[in-house]
Design a protein around this ligand. Structure first.
Ligand SMILES: [Zn+2]
Ligand SMILES: [Zn+2]
Ligand SMILES: [Zn+2]
Ligand SMILES: [Zn+2]
Length: 501
């Protein structure tokens, strides 16, 4: 299965010209087109911890620096650490302290067993005791945070730049307020003179308060570059290095604040939060992927994966390719929808046709953007301004397919039919269909390698597949009853093998 889906043998062209396997594409049912990841807005829906499944609001996630408070990653192998319990004997100080204590019953010196916790990695056996973190009395209590040498400096820098951004934003808003044309219908004296009501009030002495001082970012002592650095220790070139004590690059980068050089300084790291992501079509701004909010749910509220809507083409086998001779390839076509599909195999657009289609797409896009900018009062984030620029498909065709002479029907997907006896309908199939079962059809096509190819050159061939698609999810109820049928085109590129001789 992995072979069919992941290896780039059969690829589909998105409207923007990027080739991807069908499993990496989405289908917008409002634009009725394939969408690749570049043609979708990626939005963060929710933050959650993948270990304790706590759902964290995005504002709080920002405050926590996108890390979970209670879960830790192993600093050595980056697996999740688990708290292990151990019991130790301590002399009893006061009676009835703590719930876990039990009497040992010794006569002279009363000892009690106390449960203590430490962090351990089940993958590499690293424990928090290795670096001298003392055991804690509770599993969920806050583990000691590591102190960083530069933490105060970074805190100051971060505050300073936040103030700078705020100042910039206010200045910009102020500028826009002064620039915007007043919407009042009646001419005002102050328009001509450039005086504002506030300044006139101040001049005649109605307003005693001083003009509001703008917030200024706090001053910060700049860093100073110096050419004097500490000398390397004398034994650096003579002392043998014990690689077991030196951290790897991965381990160092997992702790960016202090980047420890020896394993003695590896500390448990708070686990990074995961996100649930939703995707939005850039053309019509409808969602193509929307997960459920609950972090423990793996379901989707909207899932428009292309593999659920567009017929899947799988490469089955090919005869050996020889220069100047046609060879047959066998493709399997699968209908994933619950409606019958009529499929027509056509030629790929020529270079000029492709260029013209791209030009047209750019024109319609420019028009839609200009309408959006004129009509909408909403800020620019709502506009589809970040649309992917369409381009030519970057794939040179080296084998030409002999087109089949007719269309053919692929039956609907019926999950229960898998268990039925194989009943062949009395459908009159054209000659190129060699096998048919349930919603799958195998077709045999001839491929002629182009001139000028050498041995071991890749054969790349392709076709435009037109298929009928019934849009059962239309928003208007009267259309829904009819189940609108569309004829849609997708471009499919196949790499069936190399020239053998
Ligand atoms: Zn795309
Ligand atoms: Zn957690
Ligand atoms: Zn580990
Ligand atoms: Zn769309």
């Amino acid at each position: 299965m992995d072979f069919f889906l992941s290896k780039k043998i059969v690829e589909y062209a998105c409207l923007c010209g990027v080739l991807s396997p069908l499993t990496k594409l989405y289908f917008c049912r409002h634009c009725l087109n394939l969408r690749c990841a570049f043609c979708c807005h990626h939005e963060v829906d929710s933050h959650f911890c993948s270990n304790c499944l706590e759902n964290i609001p995005s504002s709080e996630a920002k405050l926590r620096k996108n890390k979970c408070n209670t879960c830790f990653d192993c600093p050595s192998c980056q697996a999740t650490l688990s708290a292990r319990a151990t019991s130790i004997q301590v002399p009893m100080s006061t009676k009835g302290e703590g719930g876990d204590e039990t009497d040992e019953g010794s006569a002279s010196n009363k000892m009690v067993t106390k449960k203590m916790y430490y962090l351990a990695c089940l993958a590499c056996r690293w424990t928090s005791r290795d670096v001298g973190i003392s055991d804690q009395t509770s599993q969920t209590c806050s583990w000691p945070e590591q102190e960083y040498f530069h933490s105060t400096r970074f805190q100051l820098l971060s505050e300073h730049f936040q103030a700078v951004v705020l100042c910039d934003k206010e200045e910009k808003q102020d500028y826009l307020r002064r620039k915007t044309v007043k919407t009042s219908k009646f001419p005002s004296m102050t328009d001509r003179t450039g005086l504002t009501v506030a300044s006139i009030r101040r001049q005649i002495g109605f307003d005693k308060s001083a003009p509001k001082a703008k917030p200024k970012p706090t001053n910060i002592t700049p860093s100073i570059a110096t050419s004097e650095v500490e000398d390397l220790p004398d034994e650096i070139f003579t002392k043998p290095v014990n690689l077991k004590n030196i951290t790897t690059i991965k381990q160092r980068l997992a702790q960016p604040a202090n980047q420890p050089e020896t394993v003695k300084h590896l500390y448990p790291q708070h686990k990074n939060l995961s996100i649930k992501r939703s995707l939005r079509c850039r053309h019509c701004e409808h969602n193509v992927i929307k997960p459920e909010y609950n972090p423990s749910s793996i379901k989707y509220r909207i899932q428009l994966f292309a593999s659920n809507h567009v017929p899947e083409v799988r490469f089955v086998k090919a005869d050996p390719f020889k220069i100047g001779e046609s060879a047959s390839i066998i493709l399997k076509i699968i209908n994933p929808t619950i409606n019958d599909m009529t499929i027509t195999i056509m030629d790929l657009p020529t270079e000029d046709e492709e260029k013209m289609a791209i030009e047209e797409m750019r024109k319609t896009f420019d028009k839609s953007v200009s309408i959006a900018t004129k009509s909408s009062l909403t800020p620019s984030i709502m506009r589809p301004s970040l649309i992917e620029d369409p381009r030519m498909v970057d794939c040179k065709i080296t084998g030409k397919i002999e087109l089949p002479d007719s269309s053919f029907v692929v039956n609907q997907r019926d999950d229960s039919a898998e268990f039925d006896d194989d009943i062949q309908g009395d459908r009159q199939d054209p000659r190129f269909i060699i096998w048919r079962k349930a919603n799958k059809v195998e077709i045999k096509l001839n491929v002629i390698p182009c001139d000028g190819l050498k041995k071991d050159d890749d054969i790349i061939t392709g076709f435009t597949m037109q298929f009928t698609y019934s849009n059962v999810h239309t928003s208007t109820p009267e259309k829904e009853s009819q189940g609108l049928r569309h004829a849609l085109n997708v471009r499919v590129y196949i790499n069936p093998g190399k020239i053998s001789e």
